[in-house]
Design a protein around this ligand. Structure first.
Ligand SMILES: Nc1ncnc2c1ncn2[C@@H]1O[C@H](COP(=O)(O)OP(=O)(O)OP(=O)(O)O)[C@@H](O)[C@H]1O
Ligand SMILES: [Mg+2]
Length: 243
């Protein structure tokens, strides 16, 4: 039996804006196990980012339950959410989100500083993470002295440095050319092969297919029919249209 890292039941999120309500998440349930590599695919506006914000403890649902690595997240206060986020989740974003005035190594150290890790241990963890993504030689470069692919690798090192049980990637290759995208996806797959649990959010079918398990989200509802969805939507430009 594999260990359940994420257990989500009937998650709902409704936005109200100018008198109108949008049901961004409409009763989502999912279990994600240790060692899984899940991609969540869906068209624009389907609720992917809203869902990522919930999984990543960046926002709270209106209804439903969320257990993350044995801890009940719903009902946590913001400081508790920040702490669990730092400990449990490594984030990778489309736009890398590196701080421009910090070196690669300092960027990687940042979440470890928030965690209160002592300096020596922090330096070692950052160096090891940069080494793991093949950037040991670039640790003193600033982000603008690195290529896009290298910047994303620094972001991956930052996500990995604190050994979080889950890596959560939102369109990690969205800002990269196809060759570099391939390298980054290979790196992500390799991390999964080493046991890292990965949740990857994308609207790109080719990216989603790299995962072991593809689930789709449409109109705020999730289904385990990623395969069917891919089959239905893989014939030409209609694939991004909403039904
Ligand atoms: N802060 C907000 N206030 C009001 N409505 C919102 C807010 N955030 C998202 N929505 C609405 O909720 C729905 C889901 O949005 P979400 O950003 O999760 O979609 P998405 O799948 O990430 O889309 P994309 O692929 O374009 O990034 C959309 O209809 C959106 O307009
Ligand atoms: Mg989005």
């Amino acid at each position: 039996m594999t260990e359940e890292l994420i257990s989500i039941r009937n998650l709902r999120k409704v936005y109200e804006l100018g008198g109108e309500t949008v049901t961004a998440l409409d009763g989502i349930s999912i279990d994600i196990h240790q060692g899984d590599f899940v991609s969540i695919i869906g068209p624009s506006g389907s609720g992917k980012s809203t869902f990522m914000n919930m999984i990543g403890c960046l926002d709270r649902p209106d209804e439903g339950s969320y257990t993350l690595d044995g801890e009940e997240v719903e009902g946590m206060k913001s400081n508790q959410l920040a702490a669990i986020r730092n400990e449990k989740i490594g984030f990778i974003f489309q736009s890398f989100n590196l701080l421009p005035k910090l070196t690669a190594e300092e960027n990687v150290e940042l979440p470890l500083i928030y965690r209160g890790m002592p300096r020596k241990e922090r330096k070692e963890a950052a160096a090891a993470a940069l080494d793991k993504v093949g950037l040991a030689e670039r640790s003193h470069h600033l982000p603008n002295q690195l290529s896009g692919g290298q910047q994303q690798r620094v972001a991956i090192a930052r996500a990995l440095a604190g050994n979080p049980p889950i890596l959560l990637a939102d369109e990690p290759t969205g800002a990269l050319d196809s060759h570099t995208s391939k390298e980054i996806l290979e790196m992500i797959s390799e991390l999964n092969a080493q046991g890292q649990t990965i949740v990857l959010i994308t609207h790109d079918l080719d990216v989603a297919r790299k995962a072991k398990r593809v689930v789709s989200i449409q109109d705020g509802k999730l289904s385990e029919n990623g395969g069917d969805w891919l089959a239905d939507h893989s014939n030409g430009p209609k694939k991004y249209q909403r039904k």
